[in-house]
Design a protein around this ligand. Structure first.
Ligand code: GTP
Ligand code: MG
Length: 195
């Protein structure tokens, strides 16, 4: 599946801009700067596909990428971005909620968590939203290359503990590094085998 054509389809700022729900879809959610766009680039093997940057809040739309004709990969706007105007943040949040609540072909949400920091209060908000919208979600730890083994174990324990309180959580946690390639094949297989 990942060997075929991947492309940027469109950026969406309102529900009526969503592409037809004619294929299975997965989305990537997470705090601003956690590495969503970088992960999509690593998965597709195309460096410049999703715009990654050091500027938090870079991805301000819901960005759709095609994986052949069979899947959409969806890059969601990052949350917990302190410097955005309140009005802008509220608009994103409304769009995010409508999307998560209303997208029938959305099969799984990958919630990205920085492997150095674990689950924060802002992450809990989205996990609860995913429970409410009954979207199965899976935790993906990012930037594994930046974490020491001892911290990694502590964070894994914290994340496991937090997930156990969420009915929509899928129990397996995927540890990734977009930089080094760790966990990328695992995640590709998960996405390719979703039915
Ligand atoms: P927003 O679009 O603002 O929500 O951010 P994002 O979640 O899409 O993050 P993005 O992919 O733009 O990455 C943010 C920063 O983290 C960039 O400087 C990336 O180079 C860096 N980064 C992402 N993934 C990794 C990783 O696996 N390892 C390391 N060391 N850095 C990473
Ligand atoms: Mg991004």
């Amino acid at each position: 599946l990942f060997a075929g054509e991947t492309d940027f389809l469109k950026g969406v700022v309102a529900m009526d801009g969503l592409p037809p729900a004619d294929r299975l879809e997965v989305c990537f959610a997470g705090r601003s700067n956690v590495g969503k766009s970088s992960l999509i680039n690593a998965l597709t093997g195309r460096k410049g596909l999703a715009r990654a940057s050091n500027t938090p809040g870079r991805t301000q739309e819901i960005n759709f990428f095609t994986l052949g004709d069979e899947r959409y990969l969806v890059d969601l706007p990052g949350y917990g971005f302190a410097n955005a105007p309140v009005k802008v943040v509220e608009k994103w949040q409304r769009l995010l909620k409508s999307y998560l609540a209303g997208r029938q072909n959305l099969r799984r949400a990958f919630v990205l968590i920085d492997a150095r920091h674990g689950i924060k209060a802002v992450d809990e908000e989205i996990l609860s939203l995913l429970d409410t919208t009954a979207v199965t979600f899976q935790a993906v730890l990012t930037k594994a290359d930046k974490v020491k083994a001892v911290d990694r174990e502590r964070v894994l324990t914290q994340v496991r503990e937090a997930l156990s309180k969420h009915p929509a959580a899928f129990p397996e946690i995927v540890l990734t590094s977009s930089e080094k390639g760790d966990g990328i094949d695992t995640l590709r297989t998960i996405i390719a085998t979703l039915a």
